[in-house]
Design a protein around this ligand. Structure first.
Ligand SMILES: Nc1ncnc2c1ncn2[C@@H]1O[C@H](COP(=O)(O)OP(=O)(O)OP(=O)(O)O)[C@@H](O)[C@H]1O
Ligand SMILES: [Mg+2]
Length: 222
């Protein structure tokens, strides 16, 4: 199974009757178990592409097949379920609710998925242990270091046991030591079978991935 994008275009309407073509006929295939880096300068369309892959946004035209399913033919409810079950998101700015605890943050996708509360605590504890942050369980997210916050965010991304991990500049706000830790975690997850897509500006990070694609002016090159 795989992610298949066929001639994906994304245009934004600018308020001056002009269109901004952000993605131009992007075609690519991402196979199960791949670890892939998406490079490109600021504004190239990297986040836009990741949002389309993660069903946070839809393309203006083109086809998207996710494990054989034609995403453009799915209802909004189907897409919401697919997003919650298939994808774990890791963002540069962590995306945590700062005045809630670590365990609340990690369990949130399960709450949204209407899972029973006793199962939530068990699953959250398990993911926190995997990330080596179980002792932070009852701390407020705002009191953590950047590296700790990103490990909480990865624990949250894993809580639904998604097939795909989508990481948008996951080390962008971290120092080099923490970047290394986060990169090793993402590589380990890939070894354990997750398909991992990492957006990065950093050539060193990209070089650790099995495959590198570059977006330049909305066009993709391998
Ligand atoms: N909602 C929107 N409406 C109009 N234009 C948008 C919108 N979202 C993004 N864009 C434009 O699309 C282009 C690509 O944005 P995108 O966020 O995908 O870039 P990026 O490659 O992720 O950049 P960065 O490295 O800075 O995060 C930019 O020119 C941006 O201004
Ligand atoms: Mg971006």
């Amino acid at each position: 199974m795989s992610i298949i994008l066929n001639e994906i275009c994304k245009k934004y309407n600018l308020n001056t009757n002009r269109e901004n073509s952000v993605l131009k006929n992007i075609s690519m295939q991402i196979n199960d178990g791949e670890l892939i880096a998406v490079k490109g300068r600021s504004g190239a369309g990297k986040s836009t592409l990741l949002h389309i892959i993660g069903c946070l946004d839809t393309a203006t035209s083109g086809e998207y097949y996710l494990d054989g399913k034609d995403i453009s033919k799915c209802t909004d409810r189907d897409i919401a379920n697919i997003r919650n079950e298939m994808f774990g998101f890791v963002m540069q700015d962590f995306g945590l609710i700062n005045d809630d605890t670590v365990s609340f943050n990690v369990g949130l996708p399960l709450l949204l998925g209407n899972k029973a509360s006793e199962n939530i605590e068990k699953t959250v504890d398990e993911k926190l242990k995997i990330m080596g942050i179980f002792k932070l369980k009852n701390r407020l997210a705002e009191n953590l270091s950047g590296g700790e916050k990103q490990r909480v965010a990865i624990a949250r991304a894993l809580v639904n046991d998604p097939k795909y991990i989508l990481a948008d500049e996951p080390t962008g706000a971290l120092d080099s030591a923490n970047s290394k830790i986060i990169m090793n975690i993402l590589k380990d997850l890939n070894k354990q079978g997750k398909t991992v897509i990492i957006i990065t500006h950093d050539a060193d990070i990209a070089s650790e991935c099995g495959k590198i694609v570059t977006i330049e002016d909305g066009v993709l090159t391998e």
